[in-house]
Design a protein around this ligand. Structure first.
Ligand SMILES: *Cc1c(COP(=O)(O)O)cnc(C)c1O
Length: 459
């Protein structure tokens, strides 16, 4: 007998209290911070779905590993445990620890980027794009066209458009492309996976033009699980073997251990090229630290080493991916428009579709995010016109979509927490026609979503 209920494959060993609040308290808290959920004190939030980055729960064995951490400045045993854990999955020659993913990006692109260069990715994550552009280089996204249509149900919507990749390499000239990158899973494209067949096709193009291929591998285990579940020929392979097959197609990687490292901080840059690695290590010493600790304490390196053995466990990944799908399916059943199929780490509500009476420039995503907080204490993240609508010249246009992302921290919330989220979102959706838009009361000139203040439009 196989039972249908997917249980959390862990028991709770140490608990963190959630402070229950009333609607009136939350209304006051939101009003005080100018209706910007980034301004809230986190203990005024009941269920925090702002991000899955660094917010997961560490295991008993990770906390034990923290105690084993060795804080020697150079040559710490923690570094060697970290390096072998990384190389068991990603057998690259050089493993360079950093304090998080963007530090790995900063170092890599400072070394290989610069004016006149072009980097191609399925979809650049925002820190990746920012670090490319900071060097004066261009960042071009070549995700497959299906990846841009939220309602299409397809297995690998994170795939690179391989023909577009090749045309782009031809048009900018291969000599101006320092490397091609594939983001697994495609975070900015809804956490959608990339197939092994697509990685192989990308590899063939990069080989033809002799270009290095790098993985932005933050959610490598979730991506490998989707390959295991969805791609012909991979159902019998272990996730570890699938990850090694992905790694074998690449020449290097950047990684945030705050995602599939199951740690609260950390990351790394890995690569095979000796000359580039030496330049990266020199930069690392300037900005992060000595090459055997990067920006991390020895105990962080040990927590990551242990996390990497847990993140590829099939019971964990089955639970992880099924629980994200559980939320997406329950919302779909309740008539709430969400991006489909569910990605690995988050569910994206289509606020523009849910609130057609609020025009994009009155921020339907912001209105929905604030309502989820005030009504139920749930903190999601607007990904829409507030985040992307303001341009450097001060003009404003609607973003391509107005979404609210509910990101699921790893091993942190139980099914009853998620059932509560479903109940709150359903309640807010039923009364969606009463929600009002917002206008900006104050904003900075860039990255306004973090600090802007808003005011409800009382029409
Ligand atoms: C989070 C993330 C990064 C950056 O990592 P940080 O640890 O937040 O600096 C880069 N790429 C992707 C796809 C990410 O999800």
């Amino acid at each position: 007998m196989t039972f249908q209920t997917v249980i959390e494959p862990f028991r709770i060993h140490s608990v963190e209290p959630i402070r229950l609040t009333t609607r009136a308290e939350r209304f006051r808290a939101a009003e005080e911070v100018g209706w910007n959920l980034f301004g809230l004190h986190a203990d005024d939030v009941l269920i925090d779905l702002l991000t899955d980055s660094g917010t997961g729960a560490m295991s008993r064995d990770q906390w034990a590993a923290v105690q084993r951490g060795d804080e020697s400045y150079a040559g710490s045993p923690s570094y060697f445990r970290f390096r072998s854990a990384v190389q068991r999955l990603f057998p690259f020659k050089h493993i360079i620890p950093t304090h998080q993913g963007r530090a790995a990006e900063k170092i890599l692109f400072s070394v290989v980027g610069g004016p006149g260069k072009t980097f191609i990715n399925n979809t650049h994550f925002d820190t990746t794009r920012a670090n490319v552009e900071f060097t004066g280089a261009a960042a071009i996204d070549c995700v497959c066209p299906e990846g841009r249509v939220p309602s299409l149900i397809l297995p690998f919507k994170g795939n690179m458009d391989v023909e577009l990749l090749e045309r782009t390499v031809e048009s900018v000239g291969p000599a101006n492309v320092p490397l091609v990158m594939v983001t697994v899973t495609n975070n900015s494209g809804g956490g959608q996976p990339v197939s092994m067949a697509n990685l192989k096709a990308v590899r063939a193009v990069t080989q033809k033009y002799k270009l290095p291929l790098f993985l932005d591998a933050c959610r490598f285990a979730e991506n490998a699980w989707f390959i295991h579940e969805r791609e012909a020929g991979y159902g019998d392979k272990t996730v570890s073997d699938i990850v090694r097959e992905m790694a074998a197609l690449a020449d290097g990687m950047t990684m945030s251990a705050k995602k599939d490292g199951l740690a609260n901080i950390g990351g790394w840059l890995a690569l095979n090229d000796d000359v580039v690695a030496e330049k990266c290590r020199n930069m690392l010493i300037l900005t992060e630290g000595f090459p055997t600790y990067g920006g991390l304490a020895g105990r962080d390196l040990d927590a990551i080493a242990q996390g990497l053995s847990e993140v590829v466990e099939h019971d964990y990944l089955n639970y992880r991916i099924r629980s994200t799908a559980y939320l997406a399916n329950a919302l779909t059943k309740a008539g709430v428009p969400v991006m489909l199929p569910a990605g690995g780490h988050a569910v994206y509500i289509d606020a523009r579709a849910l609130l057609p009476h609020i025009p994009p420039l009155s921020y339907p995503g912001q209105a929905l995010a604030v309502a989820l907080y005030v009504e139920g204490g749930i903190r999601g993240c607007e990904i829409g016109t507030v985040m992307f609508g303001l341009h450097p010249d001060g003009t404003e246009t609607p973003a391509a979509m107005d979404l609210v992302r509910l990101a699921i921290p790893r091993r942190t919330y139980t099914q009853s927490h998620i059932d509560y989220v479903v109940e709150v979102v359903t309640h807010v959706a039923k009364n969606a026609s009463q929600l009002k838009g917002y206008e900006v009361a104050w904003q900075p000139s860039a990255l306004r979503h973090f600090t802007a203040r808003f005011r409800p439009i009382e029409a």
